[in-house]
Write a protein that binds this ligand. Structure first.
Ligand code: AMP
Length: 251
């Protein structure tokens, strides 16, 4: 069984985000970019499934500009067998990404499609659900534990929901999106990083996948969040209560 993993290139989680002066988006020039942390977790899980003998191949897919190739090289340095770059300079939103994945699934025919539960740049948390809907495959979202039964063709997925832990049984092929506690992703070793540099990356365009990039969303403006007011020290509990009641009006 083949596992396909969608890995997105995003601004590194540790970078302080700056909004562009023209308010059209956030600054990405000269900013450290990395694989989306939830995608790293999805990839790690796919690699563990393969290491346990339950999958034959892990294929990483990334969509976007030329630098996505770097993210795919990281994926291969972590252990992905192959990489596919859907090359486009147009901004991509979840429905288009889901359609591109649907088209790739028709070509690659994976038994499992894994994604991060959300990309930390746009915070949509929609792509996994949308692609499962388009494919009409069962979905296990926000997975905190995944177990595969190759013989029965089933995946058991634990999800942390408000009421506790929910366990789902999915008939394969299925879509699984990873939550934070699913695993601790491995680091790519230096020899593997060097080896990944010479591995080929298959490049396709949305046109070749017969997906038209729709302007499904229009970003009107991106602005900084309002600055937090500085804190102050109070000398007693009474003064604190008084301020909360008569100045902040919260009690
Ligand atoms: P989102 O719905 O945008 O929060 O993204 C959820 C997941 O969809 C991500 O963690 C990725 O696995 C996948 N995804 C979204 N955009 C892309 C992209 N441009 N390239 C590859 N995977 C993506």
């Amino acid at each position: 069984m083949k596992i396909m993993v969608a890995v997105k290139r995003v601004i590194d989680y540790a970078v302080k985000i700056r909004v562009k002066p023209d308010k059209t988006g956030v600054e990405t020039n000269n900013v450290k970019m990395s694989m989306n942390p939830f995608c790293e977790i999805a990839l790690e899980e796919a690699l563990r499934i393969k290491d346990a003998g339950n999958a034959s191949e892990v294929v990483a897919v990334s969509m976007g500009g030329p630098l996505c190739a770097e993210t795919l090289r990281t994926a291969m340095a972590m252990g992905a067998d192959r990489a596919i770059h859907v090359s486009t300079d147009t901004s991509l939103y979840p429905l288009t990404v889901a359609k591109l994945l649907q088209s790739l699934v028709a070509i690659e025919k994976p038994g499992l499609l894994m994604l991060g539960k959300q990309a930390i740049d746009d915070d949509f948390n929609q792509t996994g659900q949308m692609v499962a809907g388009l494919l009409r495959w069962p979905q296990g979202t926000f997975a905190s534990k995944v177990e595969l039964d190759k013989e029965k063709g089933m995946a058991t997925v634990d999800r942390e929901v408000d009421g506790g832990l929910e366990t789902l049984c999915l008939a394969l092929p299925a879509v699984i999106t990873s939550d934070l506690r699913l695993n601790q992703p491995r680091y790519a070793t230096l020899p593997n990083i060097m080896k990944a540099k010479s591995k080929p990356i298959k490049k396709v365009t949305p046109e070749e996948l017969q997906v038209q990039i729709m302007p499904d969303l229009e970003v009107l403006e991106v602005v900084e969040p309002p600055k937090r007011k500085s804190g102050m020290m109070v000398s007693s509990v009474d003064e604190l209560i008084n301020k909360l009641k008569n100045e902040a009006y919260v009690i």
